[in-house]
Design a protein around this ligand. Structure first.
Ligand SMILES: O=C(O)CC1=CCC(=O)O1
Length: 258
């Protein structure tokens, strides 16, 4: 399995798809891993060379103790791109993944040819994420599992696809608490809102009409108002859009960038 050592942690990455096509980096939300993208891969793999990365603290990547920072997580993405020989790419991220993508576009604009910002935000509630970090460090991921699940998926999706909901919950509960808390600290300390105007690459903002974690009002809307020329697509989806609407999400990315 390919790992790259980055800033004291082994980061897991994987390349698939059409390696002669433009590169698309896929980033996961907090509490999931690169498998979040599985259902969208068949629609994306013929159009892009896909680089999936397990965000530090998630999946097969290491989960060191302590607070992480968005710039550290963006540095991990750049390290995985180096390891995969990807000079620059379109970067698509769900939620935390979108925050990392925006940070990378600010820290290393030469590595980013475009952004697909999916059910994400530049402004999360600091006190709520402070409480989440503390709870996970005291009680483990089980302490926030119900809350996280209620923000990931809508009741209608859970009823229609209980096996997917069960697998998301299992993944969450199997996580290292240090990994969840480290990334939750990066969300708590996020500081990108004032620099959104510096993003100059083509950007697609995707919202979910059933997303209660980063709804369009106050989140997607905030991004399109500040990122010059950003396009917007609203999907029939909750927060984890790649599970809820994988083909519509893939089509939106292909329509915007191919
Ligand atoms: O609120 C949630 O738990 C959902 C979420 C916020 C950031 C992220 O990556 O997922």
């Amino acid at each position: 399995m390919p790992f790259i050592r980055s800033q004291g942690a082994d980061i897991y990455w994987k390349v698939e798809g059409d390696t002669a096509a433009p590169s698309l980096v896929l980033l996961n939300s907090i509490g999931t891993d690169m498998d979040l993208w599985d259902a969208a891969i068949p629609a994306l793999r013929h159009r892009f060379s896909l680089l999936r990365i397990d965000t530090r603290g998630h999946g097969a990547s290491d989960a060191p103790a302590g607070d992480y920072e968005l710039s550290m997580l963006a540095g991990d993405v750049a390290a995985a791109m180096d390891a995969a020989d990807v000079e620059a790419a379109l970067v698509a991220g769900v939620s935390l993944g979108g925050m990392i993508a925006m940070q990378l576009a600010m820290d290393a604009p030469e590595r980013v040819t475009g952004l697909a910002l999916i059910c994400t935000s530049a402004t999360m509630d600091r006190s709520a994420w402070t409480a989440r970090v503390e709870k996970v460090r005291e009680e483990g991921v089980a302490g926030i599992a119900d809350l996280a699940m209620s923000r990931f998926l809508s009741p209608s999706f859970v009823q229609a696809r209980p096996e997917i909901a069960a697998s998301v919950r299992r993944g969450l509960l199997c996580m290292e608490p240090a990994g969840y808390a480290g990334c939750a600290a990066a969300i708590r300390d996020m500081d990108i809102a004032d620099r959104l105007q510096t993003i100059s690459v083509p950007t697609l903002v995707v919202s979910g009409d059933r997303d209660t974690s980063t709804p369009f009002v106050g989140h997607g809307e905030h991004l399109i108002e500040r990122i010059s020329g950003a396009q917007h697509v609203m999907l029939d989806a909750a927060h984890l859009a790649p599970l809820d609407a994988p083909n519509a999400l893939a089509d939106a990315i292909i329509d915007a960038f191919v």
